[in-house]
Structures are given as structure tokens and as C-alpha cells.
Design a binder for this molecule. Sequence first.
Ligand SMILES: C[S@@+](CC[C@H](N)C(=O)[O-])C[C@H]1O[C@@H](n2cnc3c(N)ncnc32)[C@H](O)[C@@H]1O
Length: 299
Amino acid sequence: MPALSNPLLQKWFNAFMRLSQRALSPLARHASDVQLPLRGKCRAGQVYLVGAGSGDVELLTLKAARLLMQADAVVYDRLVGDEVLALIPRGTERYYVGKARGHHSVPQAEIGALMVKLAGEGKSVVRLKGGDPAVFARMGEELDALANAQVPAAIVPGITAASAAAACMGIPLTDRGHAQQLRFVTAQLCREDGTPDWSSLARKDETLVFYMGLSKVSAICHGLRQAGLPDEWPIMLVANASQPEQQSLVGSLADMPEQLAANPLPSPCLIVVGSVVQRVATTPAATTTDVLSAQAMYR
Ligand SMILES: C[S@@+](CC[C@H](N)C(=O)[O-])C[C@H]1O[C@@H](n2cnc3c(N)ncnc32)[C@H](O)[C@@H]1O
């Protein structure tokens, strides 16, 4: 729109433009007429490390969807949603390398060898991982295995669980009045006996997001309180973020272990600590003690 020097004239002009757009909107193209820009190719002998997002199929990138539909073979993990897998055409080879119930995951070396073998057979390969392949997803080892075998690789990012959980709970991860830093932490090493360096994590100007921490909630709350964060410091747990079965708990470092014991959450679950979590309470349907369902918060 042109910028007019007279503010009143500008106001009338803007109003006119809005009205004419509304009047012409029935003639505009429908969403179903719009062609998605899915034009690229999936190259033979190449491996694409692709993020599947957090479970909601609509959070998949266009590029990821295109590659899934074009690839000769897809090697995928446990946290990839069923609706995402449903996009893979029938004739495509599929290899599940996630953890089966009560079993260990396929060893990383075997996953690397499988991708190298498939690419060596001249196939285009999608290595599909939950969330973003570069966030706690062992992408480094897989890139090394491909580089050692001189197999070309490309990376397609995905929506990581932190972004999905924050969106579903209606909070910004870095609200300027709350957090000037954002840290993604693996909870796998979190113990009450001093690891990790709790004092470096116990900051009031930061949002902490713990991945893989459902069994470490007590240790995290204890460690952060011991290192100086107040008992009432906000924390939330979000399980199955962005999926219909999403559940969450919102509380404080002091009460969260008890809340979780009373309302156990399933895996996968993300832990967010920081004053941004206070904003959940301003969203309708959320209270500090409720177990929230995705139907209320997300749909
Ligand atoms: C091995 S890490 C993979 C992270 C993934 N690459 C990402 O970017 O989201 C697995 C952890 O991610 C978190 N996670 C993944 N998907 C999730 C979801 N839909 N809801 C909540 N947490 C999730 C959980 O903390 C889980 O233990």
C-alpha cells in the first residue's frame, strides 16, 4: 500500500482497501486450488536426515513431506507419528530402527551401516527422526557414518518438542520480560548428587527445557532448589505435545514431584522451567494444578 502524507487520507485509503478486498474475496482462489511448491527431487544414492516434527502431521515441513513421498527407502524412529508414516507410499521400503517395548534400540552402528548399504544400492533414503534431527537425536554419529562411506547427506530440520510444547501451552519460550536465554538440556545425566552443574542452570533470566527427563523430575526440582531457585519457581511438564493425547502439569519446583506422583504422565514428556511458565495460567482452561488435555488446549 502506498504511504500517504495526510493521516486521515491514509486511514480512509486503508479502510477502502480492506472493504474492496473483502468484496472481492469470493473471487479469490480457494485453499484447495493452491499448488504447494513441491518441486524438488530426491536424489538416488543420497541420505536425507529429516525431522518429522513433534507428532502432529501438519507440523511437518513441505520439504519433509515431499521427500517422504519420493524416497525409495525410509528408515524411521519410535517418536515418528502414525499420520506422518501414512504419507509414505505403499511401494517404499520401510525400516523401523526404534526401541521395541522391553528391547534396546537398534545399535547406532547398525543404523549407519543400513543407511550406507541402501544408498550404495543407488536408493534415495530418508532417515526420519522425531522432532528436529539436530536436537538430541544422534545426528552427528549418523553424519559421520555417511561421511566415512562418502555417502552424500542433506539435513531437513523439523519442529522440535520444545517449540511444539510451548505453542500448545500458549507460552513464548523467550518472553522479553521473563527470559533472555533459552537452554535445551538432556536430563539423562541429571542426578541429585551434583550433576549437572545445577548452579549454572539455576538462573532467573532463563528458560530451561529438559528433554528425556520424565524419570528425573524429582532430581531436577531438587537440584535447582538447592542451587538457589525459589520453591515457587514455575515448572511445567507436557507429554505427547501437539498430539490429541497431550497432557500437562503446571506447578512449582516444590510441588511438582508430588503432582506427578498423583497424576503420572506418559512418555514422551518435556520439562520446561522458568518464569515464562506463569503465562500458562493466563490461558483459558489452564490452572496451576490441572492435568490439561489437548482437546482443551490445542484443538
Ligand atoms: C531422543 S529425544 C528426541 C528429541 C527430538 N529430536 C526433538 O527435537 O524433539 C526424545 C525426547 O524428546 C522429547 N519429546 C519428543 N517428542 C515429544 C512430544 N511430542 N511431547 C513431549 N516431549 C517430546 C521427550 O523429552 C523425549 O524424551
